[in-house]
Ligand binder design. Structure first.
Ligand SMILES: Nc1ncnc2c1ncn2[C@@H]1O[C@H](COP(=O)(O)OP(=O)(O)OP(=O)(O)O)[C@@H](O)[C@H]1O
Ligand SMILES: [Mg+2]
Length: 256
């Protein structure tokens, strides 16, 4: 049965999509069967895996609206054991489209993917930068949430907000939702803010913070632009090695 991990933080640009793509690719590298679900209408994780979202007819929105069979929308990636459920802009208006028509709108994603759980070892969900409808669906469907924390100013305020959303979901739609871990991203040991945020997060959430920190590394945005995971574009770059190391930590949780 797949372990379902949502990657969430309502703060924009903290490394959610980069982590979704590269953690998925690294898990697949270790022979895990992985499905990456793009729950962001920006479609960045679909694009980051080389999918031209202007050319696709159907996306996750059609699955959630029961207009397409999920098996017809899942696509293969350049990595053998990594599949993608792409998104495009139409996902942005889904909450308006279903308003008043569906009884339990926050269970849409959970119900949509239940038939796929046997096919994968991991289902990774890339969330948009908001705590709205799409993120609530992701947190309701997930076993755990991975929270990227960018080593920058105001990082801790964002952490407090996402944690309060997580506890709201735990007390309503998903009591079993766990914390997969906090992940420090775009870490630069040469900046004071980098070490400050790292120390604060590790001080507050010691047990729950990944030992792996993702360094700021130019190969990461370059790989994005090429539509490839950094683990394939520059396998021995510091960014790639960090994502391999993160994948090992996540796989260590399999025994939990
Ligand atoms: N380790 C890294 N080193 C250098 N640049 C990075 C790194 N991680 C992410 N970036 C860059 O930072 C930007 C934001 O990253 P990303 O898109 O992953 O964040 P996000 O949280 O998904 O953003 P959004 O909230 O818009 O969905 C991107 O341009 C990405 O290429
Ligand atoms: Mg993103």
């Amino acid at each position: 049965m797949a372990r379902i991990i949502a990657i969430a933080n309502q703060k924009g640009g903290v490394g959610k999509t980069t982590t979704a793509i590269n953690l998925s690719a690294a898990l697949a590298h270790f022979n895990r069967r992985v499905l990456l679900i793009d729950m962001d209408p920006q479609g960045n994780s679909s694009r980051g895996l080389g999918i031209d979202i202007t050319l696709i007819n159907r996306c996750i929105a059609d699955v959630l609206l029961s207009e397409s069979n999920i098996n017809d929308v899942v696509r293969k990636s350049m990595i053998k054991t990594l599949d993608v459920l792409p998104s495009k802009l139409s996902l942005a208006s889904i909450d308006v489209n279903i308003a008043g028509k569906i009884e339990q709108p926050f269970l849409l994603l959970k119900n949509a993917i239940s038939s796929l759980k046997k096919e994968y070892d991991y289902i990774i969900i890339d969330c948009p930068p908001s705590l709205g409808f799409l993120t609530v669906n992701a947190l309701t469907a997930a076993n755990s949430v991975l929270i990227p924390v960018q080593c920058e100013y105001f990082a801790m305020e964002a952490v407090a907000q996402i944690l309060s959303s997580v506890s709201r979901i735990q007390s309503t739609y998903n009591p079993e939702l766990g914390i997969e871990g906090f992940l420090l991203t775009m870490y630069d040991s040469k900046t004071r803010i980098g070490t400050e945020i790292s120390t604060q997060v590790r001080g507050l959430f010691k047990e729950n913070t990944f030992l792996t920190q993702i360094p700021r590394n130019v190969s990461v945005p370059e790989s994005n632009a090429k539509g490839l995971p950094v683990t394939i574009y520059r396998p021995s770059s510091s960014g790639s090695l960090a994502y391999f190391s993160l994948a090992k930590e996540v796989m260590d949780h399999e025994e939990r």
